[in-house]
Design a protein around this ligand. Structure first.
Ligand SMILES: CC(C)(COP(=O)(O)OP(=O)(O)OC[C@H]1O[C@@H](n2cnc3c(N)ncnc32)[C@H](O)[C@@H]1OP(=O)(O)O)[C@@H](O)C(=O)NCCC(=O)NCCS
Length: 212
């Protein structure tokens, strides 16, 4: 059975998650031109505004309409600034499982935004979309991402040896690809038992039209 994710907005205590739109192009391009993003994600580098526009206008709608996934902008509730993105991909509608990843802009890191956005997305997937499994893959050296996975209650399931291509920067500033391991994490509905109450008090989810 194949399905698609709805256009959705999710609100938390400090954040709003919503569909990306073309106004996000400059902030998205800015966010992606970053060492940590280059090192730990497959985002093309350098990442210019044309790439950001293509991602928002072509890739993101195609992911949703094909049923493969969903890309959400993460914004600061008070300022409405784009602080990050949350991605769902490789969705299996029969198993009701999907892979979750996140990027937070360098200037907004260390505030707990990735954890808050990921937890809210997980709550929505389990409660509203009746998903049964969320998977995360973090490169073996990506400590910050592992901290996020752990903080939201994910269980580490094992290692995919040599499955990840990361990038490292040499002293002369050039980047090269390096093979490393992936750590696989999963989150099941029961892993959030209790933890969901906090989210329910501080936010919720609505369809995008309602939210506007
Ligand atoms: C991973 C990422 C999304 C985290 O965003 P964030 O909003 O800073 O995350 P949070 O604030 O929710 O949590 C980060 C945690 O990692 C910790 N951390 C950050 N850098 C760290 C490091 N180098 N070593 C150890 N811990 C680190 C922080 O202290 C924090 O933990 P704490 O709350 O217990 O103090 C962000 O660093 C990022 O965008 N990285 C580049 C893209 C990426 O790697 N995405 C994940 C792909 S799987």
């Amino acid at each position: 059975m194949t399905s698609t994710f709805p256009t959705i907005s999710i609100s938390t205590e400090r954040l709003g998650l919503r569909p990306l739109d073309e106004d996000d192009v400059p902030a998205l391009a800015d966010m992606m031109n970053d060492e940590q993003v280059t090192a730990w994600t497959a985002v093309p580098q350098p990442y210019d505004e044309a790439a950001a526009r293509r991602w928002i206008t072509e890739h993101t709608p195609a992911e949703r309409t094909s049923g493969r996934g969903l890309d959400l902008a993460v914004t600061e509730f008070l300022t409405q600034r784009l602080v990050g993105v949350v991605q769902l991909s490789k969705t299996n509608w029969h198993v009701r499982s999907t892979e979750l990843s996140y990027i937070i802009a360098p200037w907004a890191r260390g505030e707990g935004y990735a954890s808050e956005a990921a937890l809210a997305t997980a709550q929505w997937l389990f409660t509203d979309q009746k998903f049964e499994r969320i998977e995360l893959r973090t490169a073996a050296g990506n400590t910050a991402s592992q901290q996020v996975a752990q903080k939201i209650g994910c269980i580490s399931e094992g290692v995919l040896r040599g499955a990840c291509i990361a990038r490292v920067r040499a002293e002369d500033g050039t980047w090269s690809e390096v093979r490393t391991d992936y750590i696989v994490w999963s989150l099941l509905p029961e892993d959030l038992d209790g933890g969901g109450e906090h989210f329910a008090e501080s936010g919720g989810f609505t369809s995008y039209t309602d939210w506007n």
